[in-house]
Design a protein around this ligand. Structure first.
Ligand SMILES: C[S@@+](CC[C@H](N)C(=O)[O-])C[C@H]1O[C@@H](n2cnc3c(N)ncnc32)[C@H](O)[C@@H]1O
Length: 263
């Protein structure tokens, strides 16, 4: 069961992600989604919603209906608490593993978001998930995948603790010792500290993701590689995804449609 301290920390984290538009690791996601997409009237699936910050942000910013699921019970407990506290009506949170409890044929979505989820799931499972999601889209439905690629300075998810960008390239024994030395508890039931969070990463690159998507029946229609270079004056819109700039990418955005669109 989730402890009182975890609950409190989770609520703080989820509220920050729900409210703050100008800071935090989801700021770029929010900017891109707000500028490019219209979710009004849409059925939205927030897949791997975590503690629900983004799910509630979608619900708050658009007249849409959000179904938000996550495999981790602690995350869903936190999400429901925040939802209750802020009286957000148009979101339903569910603890669900869609490989054991597949989405049913009446569960159709105009938008499916995977914000910072794909890099946490093993490749074979990810392929099965994408295949199922591609079959649960409405006729014009789209999937947006956002993730830090493995080349990214922050891809290890532990940079804030060990204070070394690109630390994923250190010898793994040395890095494991460093993470253990700076270890922190986190809110998850399945991943409850930084060591388990690091070990749960699948080292996802754009190339690897494209192979998985090809096999899952999904085709990219738009790619944006947000990088450190975009912070420089006059460089905001640069989209550099090739070597050596790919090592400066902080977040990849890939918009997908089914390869064969079912009408
Ligand atoms: C880094 S968190 C991102 C949470 C949220 N999307 C956000 O942006 O704040 C990754 C989430 O993916 C969830 N996850 C991992 N594997 C999953 C699966 N097979 N099905 C559903 N959720 C999963 C984890 O439990 C975790 O909450």
């Amino acid at each position: 069961m989730i402890s009182a301290a975890q609950l409190e920390e989770g609520i703080r984290y989820a509220e920050a992600n729900y409210r703050d538009n100008d800071q935090g690791h989801l700021q770029v996601d929010k900017q891109l989604i707000r500028n490019k997409f219209d979710l009004n009237g849409a059925k939205v699936l927030d897949f791997g919603c975590g503690m629900g910050g983004m799910s509630m942000w979608y619900a708050d910013n658009w007249d849409c209906e959000v179904y938000a699921l996550d495999i981790d019970s602690h995350h869903i407990t936190v999400a429901r608490k925040v939802q209750e506290k802020h009286q957000i009506k148009n979101v339903t949170f569910s603890q669900r593993n869609i490989l054991n409890e597949p989405l049913e044929s009446h569960e159709r979505f105009d938008w499916v978001f995977l914000n910072d989820v794909a890099e946490h799931i093993s490749y074979d499972i990810l392929e099965q998930i994408f295949r199922q999601l591609s079959q649960r889209l409405s006729p014009e439905g789209r999937i947006l995948v956002t993730y830090p690629p493995w080349e990214s300075p922050y891809a290890s998810h532990v940079t804030h603790a060990v204070k070394i960008p690109w630390c994923q390239y250190l010898p793994q024994k040395m890095l494991t010792r460093l993470i253990e030395k700076n270890n922190q508890q986190i809110v998850g039931e399945l991943e409850s500290d930084l060591v388990s969070a690091y070990k749960g990463l699948n080292h996802l690159t754009h190339r690897r993701l494209m192979q998985i998507l090809n096999r899952s029946g999904l085709t990219p229609v738009y790619r944006r590689s947000h990088s450190i270079i975009n912070r420089l004056p006059g460089m905001r819109e640069l989209n550099l995804s090739f070597f050596p700039f790919k090592y400066l990418i902080t977040k990849e955005f890939l918009l997908l449609r089914p390869t064969t669109q079912v009408k």
